[in-house]
Design a protein around this ligand. Structure first.
Ligand code: NAD
Length: 465
């Protein structure tokens, strides 16, 4: 099928490349020229395991093209994905200006023939109808610009070349996780489709068939991927409710961890005991220094905001946010307990990205930590396997990014594990301890082995562990 994906970030580029990989003809449109040039040369602008490989294969097979030309993309696609960012405004509301620009742009370039316009971006409930309205506005704007013939008697005549475009809007929220986005796209738990026209929903089912029939799956013997077909609003709500639930689950275990710290229980053991209950499950039960990233914070605030717009106070979600705000500075409290005064101390952060295997720093807990430590007069250094190699850290203020873990340890009064990068497990902690002024480590992800670290001289503190 002919597909156009507008917005080639973590979601759009992965979606476009994976759909091209399964045989669709994809045009990816982005308004960032530098990014488009890079992608045209076969390079991925983001770090995502497996992405460069499938991009290059798709380029070689001719199934994917990259352009800044929205008109070309809209003309090409029978299915048009909107996958631009929806960051949070300062009041927590979703900033939908990029979606708005794209929807109007689609409208003013819509050609004849039936199209499905898909909201892949996470958009506030009700955005499906709003996008439809904006597309129609775009169509009307283009119509106005067309030369109008005048019939005898002075009546305007709609030019014959103008066929009213036929389209439907479908909501198809995305659940991929950064760091395993390609894997998640080929191995989804479910596909959610919201819309009212069966023709549009059927086209979407057909589009995803190579994925739902498990031909791309790691385990091809699994039953087909469930497709949840529903109305627009419910599909939009599924996305927000999923993220709000997961964020609340993490805040819950973080709260349990804080109680564990006080009563002498170990949250890692507690989480194992809880998680083996099949009604609860073990995922998202890792206590630590809080959730962050480009989705949870903004999606939970957007849902709280929507609830308030409709006269409801989302108390549980507000509490999840409040617990998280405290959790994001808990490492500072633990550093104060271990070192007392932080002014004049040097703190080394192991990891900067909000999770391993990504280069994404949006709303990462590391940023809050750096800000707080600098405010308290500490010097902050950091080592991150991706940020240190790519130069992404150059824009960060208040933190000196080191090129290797030993340079990080050198002269530090304490280390804080901020991101659970797998490679941190095999660092030479014995040598690092010797390079430090004081061998203190706060394991903000309960990720390293306490006994090993204590064995090489570290004073180890976990989170509720
Ligand atoms: P992103 O910021 O990485 O990418 C957005 C892209 O859109 C950028 O490349 C930008 O240049 C492009 N863009 C902006 N305006 C444009 C325009 N007018 N025309 C063409 N391109 C334009 O965003 P992302 O992280 O991929 O997120 C996209 C959406 O998907 C968001 O709504 C997000 O909430 C949702 N989502 C993200 C994730 C994730 O893990 N990142 C997961 C699920 C859902």
């Amino acid at each position: 099928m002919r597909v156009c994906v507008i917005g080639t970030g973590y979601v759009g580029l992965v979606t476009g490349a994976c759909l091209a990989h399964v045989g669709h003809e994809v045009i990816c449109v982005d308004n960032n020229e530098a990014k488009v040039k890079l992608m045209q040369s076969g390079q991925s602008p983001i770090h995502e395991p497996g992405l460069s490989e499938i991009m290059q294969q798709a380029i070689a097979s001719g199934n994917i093209q990259f352009t800044t030309d929205l008109k070309a993309g809209v003309e090409h696609g029978e299915i048009l994905f909107i996958a631009v960012g929806t960051p949070a405004l300062p009041n927590g509301e979703s900033d939908t200006r990029y979606v708005e620009a794209v929807a109007r742009g689609i409208g003013s370039n819509l050609s004849s023939g039936y199209k499905v316009i898909v909201n892949k971006s996470t958009v506030p409930i009700g955005s499906g109808d709003w996008v439809r309205m904006l597309v129609l506005d775009g169509v009307a704007a283009r119509q106005k610009e067309m030369p109008v013939a005048v019939a005898p008697g002075g009546m305007p005549v709609i030019p014959e070349s103008f066929d009213a475009p036929q389209f439907d809007v479908v909501s198809n929220p995305e659940f991929l996780r950064e760091g395993s986005a390609v894997y998640d796209t080929f191995n989804p738990d479910r596909i959610v489709l919201g819309g009212s026209n069966p023709q549009a929903l059927e086209l979407m089912r057909k589009l995803y068939e190579p994925i739902t029939n498990r031909s791309t799956a790691e385990n091809q013997s699994l039953p087909p991927v469930p497709v949840v077909t529903t109305d627009l609003q419910s599909a939009e709500m599924v996305k927000y409710a999923s993220n709000a639930f997961l964020a609340t689950k993490i805040s819950f275990i973080n709260e349990v961890a804080n109680i564990c710290d006080r009563v002498g229980a170990d949250v890692v053991e507690v989480a194992r005991g809880i998680g083996l209950d099949s009604r609860i499950g073990g995922k998202f039960l890792q206590a630590g220094i809080g959730w962050g990233g480009s989705c949870f914070p903004k999606d939970v605030s957007a849902l709280i905001h929507t609830a308030s717009d409709y006269g409801y106070e989302a108390k549980l979600m507000k509490a999840a946010v409040e617990v998280n705000q405290h959790q994001r500075v808990i490492a500072v409290e633990k550093l104060q307990q271990a070192l007392k005064i932080l002014k004049g101390k040097t703190i080394g952060l192991l990891g900067l990205t909000f999770k391993p295997d990504t280069d994404d720093m949006r709303d990462a807990p590391a940023l809050t930590l750096v800000e707080q430590l600098v405010r308290l007069g500490a010097k902050v250094k950091a080592y991150d396997p991706i940020v240190s190699q790519t130069g992404l850290g150059q824009g960060l203020t208040g933190v000196q990014v080191e090129t290797d873990p030993e340079r990080l340890a050198d002269g530090c009064d304490a280390l804080v594990v901020v991101t659970d990068w797998a490679e941190f497990k095999s660092l030479d902690f014995s040598r690092m301890a010797k390079l430090m002024s004081q061998p203190v480590i706060i394991d903000g992800r309960n990720f390293l082995d306490r006994e090993t670290l204590e064995g090489v001289g570290f004073r180890y503190t976990g989170i509720g562990h």
